[in-house]
Write a protein that binds this ligand. Structure first.
Ligand code: SAJ
Length: 460
């Protein structure tokens, strides 16, 4: 029986040994979902504290139903934190790499991926299917992974199989996303594609097959599209502010066109993916295309500074000096209803106000981080005596916040900056509170304050 047929047969029976390298937000759900299905899964992780937690049955990732799934798989013995990664890979039929691939100042840092591949190379063997879930610069599956394994003497797609199968999980809905979001799978050859797609069909409802390079490009393309779209929304916000308009209404109306779907402007873009995936895409792009993507990235990165400038200006107009002001930040997570603070724009706003000498207090019902602000455990306490309230995350509890509570607890001149636009602006303004948002400067402008449009004469 060929290596290919043996693996296919194991997948058909939903049996076989699988190793997952990297047990973070992506790797742990991946490992446990395969373990639940019947595979015998070894979890490989470099952080000893995470391994210790798993051995004690503790899930260190806040994700609905993940703790229960971990308990179940440990009890059934289908998931085991690996004490000897080399042995685990040697005994595996399938290995999935799920380590992070961050970018620092726009430059991808692939060291975790290189280390993971070194582990695989050291224990590789005939009949191993290597799957890459980490987001990678397009081309890395064939030019890096497969070529390294080939240099060890393996025939790729005959002895050893390699496929790229990018994840599409969002914090808060990871388990559901894993099963229900279409899974793109691209092999380095037809055998790799077939094996990888069959393996994922054991756990995912919808698997789409392509080649490795197309799968790599599609992964970074979808996140780059979202980042570019948000940059466009932020650009519209800056234009609307400048002219005295409200971008929310502009986008709502533009989106009534059946072919238009502009995203939401806000405080900028956070998370582990959108701020760096565009840089992975432009690794292989012509110079001019790279510029477009870099400018959009910079615009999104500048939004926290813009929010700071807007708030400072309005506080200044109300004769409130920043170094005497209490700034109440509602939400530090980058994503609503999660505690994930990765690259959160809230962190950059807090930093700016701290540097300006303000007293910054932060309340987030999910996150333990406060980015140097004083961490407050109740909404009433954070609002009390605030000169400015900055809503940075669209947590559900902030969406249902009655603005009159701000009116009662904050200072009478309090300025509200509604980053994700969760409050009812008219209700806030009716209470006599100052409402600001990205794309809505809030201040009723005199005709003389409007920007002079080039090409038009000034008022007669
Ligand atoms: N944001 C806006 N305006 C919007 C939408 C989002 O400013 O209209 C901001 C959010 O506030 C947040 C950031 O963008 O700060 C990113 O949030 P997100 O929900 O768009 O993205 P992630 O990073 O949680 O997840 C993305 C998803 N990709 C796409 O939607 C194309 C997810 O499906 C991927 O699995 C994930 O990246 C990933 O791991 O690549």
């Amino acid at each position: 029986m060929s290596e290919y047929s043996t693996l296919l047969e194991k997948i058909g029976r939903k049996k076989g040994n699988l190793a997952v390298i990297g047990l973070g937000h992506i790797g742990l759900p991946t490992a446990l979902i395969f373990a639940r299905t019947g595979f015998s899964v070894a979890g490989i992780e470099v952080d000893p504290r995470k391994l210790e937690a798993l051995n004690e049955g503790r899930c260190y990732i806040q994700e609905p139903e993940l703790q229960e799934l971990l308990t179940e798989c440990l009890r059934d013995g289908t998931f085991n934190p690996a004490s000897n990664p080399a042995d685990s890979i040697r005994a595996s039929d399938f290995v999935i790499i799920c380590v992070p691939s961050p970018a620092e100042n726009g430059v991808p840092n692939l060291s975790s991926f290189v280390n993971a591949l070194d582990l695989v190379k050291a224990s590789a063997h005939n009949g191993l299917l290597v799957l890459l879930e980490s987001t990678l610069p397009p081309g890395a599956t064939s030019q890096f992974t497969a070529s390294h394994l080939q240099s060890l003497g393996y025939s790729i797609d005959e002895d050893i199989f390699v496929a790229y199968c990018p994840e599409r999980l969002s914090p808060g809905t990871a388990l559901r996303d894993f099963v229900h979001n279409p899974r793109i799978v691209g092999g380095i050859g037809p055998n790799s594609s077939k094996l990888a797609s069959q393996l994922f069909r054991a756990v995912c409802k919808n698997v789409v097959i392509t080649d490795a390079l197309t799968a790599e490009l599609a992964k970074v393309a979808e996140n780059t599209f979202r980042d570019l779209n948000i940059a466009y929304a932020n650009l519209l916000a800056l234009i609307a502010e400048n002219l005295g308009g409200d971008v929310d209404e502009v986008i709502r109306l533009a989106n009534t066109h059946p072919r238009v779907a502009i995203h939401k402007p806000g405080l900028g873009v956070g998370g582990p993916c959108l701020p760096k995936d565009p840089y992975l895409l432009i690794q292989g792009a012509p110079q001019c295309v790279g510029q477009l993507i870099k400018i959009s990235r910079r615009l999104n990165d500048e939004m926290p500074r813009h929010a700071f400038d807007l708030v400072s200006q309005v506080l200044g107009e109300r004769r409130i000096t920043i170094n005497n002001a209490k700034i109440a930040v509602l939400g530090v997570a980058y994503k609503p209803d999660t505690g994930d603070v990765t690259s959160s724009p809230a962190g950059r706003i807090i930093q700016r106000f701290l540097e300006a000498g303000a007293k910054v207090c932060a309340y987030d019902p999910y996150a333990s981080e406060a980015f140097g602000a004083e961490k407050i455990d109740s909404i009433d306490e954070v609002l009390t005596g605030a000169d400015c309230v900055i809503i940075a995350t669209a947590h559900s509890s902030f969406k249902s916040l009655d603005p009159s509570l701000i009116g009662q607890l904050a200072k009478p001149h309090c300025v509200i900056f509604d980053g994700p636009r969760v409050l009812d602006r008219l209700k806030v303004e009716k209470l006599g509170l100052n409402y600001l948002a990205t794309g809505y400067a809030g201040v009723k402008r005199e005709a003389s304050h409007y920007v002079r449009l080039p090409g038009f004469p000034g008022p007669r």
